[in-house]
Design a protein. Sequence first.
Length: 387
Amino acid sequence: MDTVERDGAYIANTYARYGVVFARGKGARLWDTDGREYIDFSSGIGVNSLGIADREWLTAVTQQAGRLAHISNYFCNEPAAELAEMLCKRTGMERVFFANSGAEANECAIKAARKYSSQKYGAGRGVVVTLTNSFHGRTAATLSATGQEDMHTYFYPFPQGFVSVPANDLAALQAVFDNGDVCALMLECIQGEGGVIVLEKGYLKAAQKLCAQRDILFICDEVQTGNGRTGTLYAYEQFGLKPDIVTTAKGLGGGLPIGAVLFNKKTQGVFTPGTHGSTFGGNPLCCAAALSVLSRLDEYFLAAVRARGDFLRFELKKLPQVKELSGLGLMVGISVDGDAKQIAKACLNKGLVVLTAKDKIRLLPPLNIGMEELKEGVARLKEALEK
C-alpha cells in the first residue's frame, strides 16, 4: 500500500487531495516522492512564510526542541514572553493571547468581545457582525461567523449571535448597529478565501468610526493577510486602521501551528485567570519558530515583499489569459477564463503549486522567494493556461 492508498484508507475524507506526495522542500521548491521538482506558489496556504527549511528558522526550532518543547501555562516560558513583547512593540498593541490556529484565535476574539460588552453593558449586547463572503474558520462559532451560506450546510444548529452584512455597504452596517445588540464587528481587510477581494479603504475607515462612536469593538482578522504577506506587517496598516483586537496565525509560525490575538488598551484587561485558555497556546517550540519569522520582518524585508509583489503582477499582466488581478503584496488573486480548480491541476502537471479562491487562482508564495523563481513560476502558469 503506497502513501496515497494509505491516506485514502485511514485519514478522514475531508480534503479533495491531489495525487502528489511531497517528500521534501527547500525555499520555494518542492520535490515529490518520484523526485519531480515544483515551484511553490502556495506556502502551504500561506503558512511557510520563509519557504521550506529556512536555515535560521530551522536552527531556532531545533535548538528550542533540544531545550524545552512544551510546558504548561501555569508557568512562564521565555520564547512566549519574548514573542509577545515583540508583537506588542511592533504593533502598538498591549497584550497577546497565544492560540494554535486562526480559527482558535478568532474564537478568542469573539469571547473577548462578548465579555467586554457583558461586563460594561450587561446582557443583550452579544451580537458579532461579520461581512458577506468572509471566512473566519471551521469551528462551530467561527463557521457561524463566516458569511458564506454554502459553507453552513449540514452543520445546524449553529451558535447564535452572528449577523453578516454586505461588504462595502455602510448603510447596511449602520442598520444592524441600530439594533443596539452588537458588541463587535469582525472583518478581513482582504477577503482571502472569499476570492482575494480588497475592501474599500473609505468603507473600512467609516466602519471603524461607527464602531468607535458606539463602543463596538473593531476586530481585524489577519490570519491570512498578516505577518508580512501583504507587504506590511499587518494589512490593516495600509488602510490607516487602529483595531481594538487583531487575530493572526498561518505565516506567523513559518510552518509550525501558532495563532495570536492582540489586544489594545481598551481590551487588554478583558480576560482574567480562568476565563480563557489553550493547552498548547504559547508552546515554546512554536513561539521560537515565530520569533525567527517575526524578527526577520523588518522594513527592509517588507519593502522586498512589496517589490516581489510588484514584479509578480508585472509578469502576470503579460499573460493574455489573465483578465484581472487582486490582492496586495504577495497575496494575489487571478481572474482567468476557465475553471480555477482545473487550472490548478494543470499547473501541478507543469510543476507549479497554486491555490484557488472561489473562481480565482490564488498565489501565496514564500515571502523571500527569488525573482527568478517568480518568473519561472509565471512561465509554468502560462504553459498551464495555454492547454
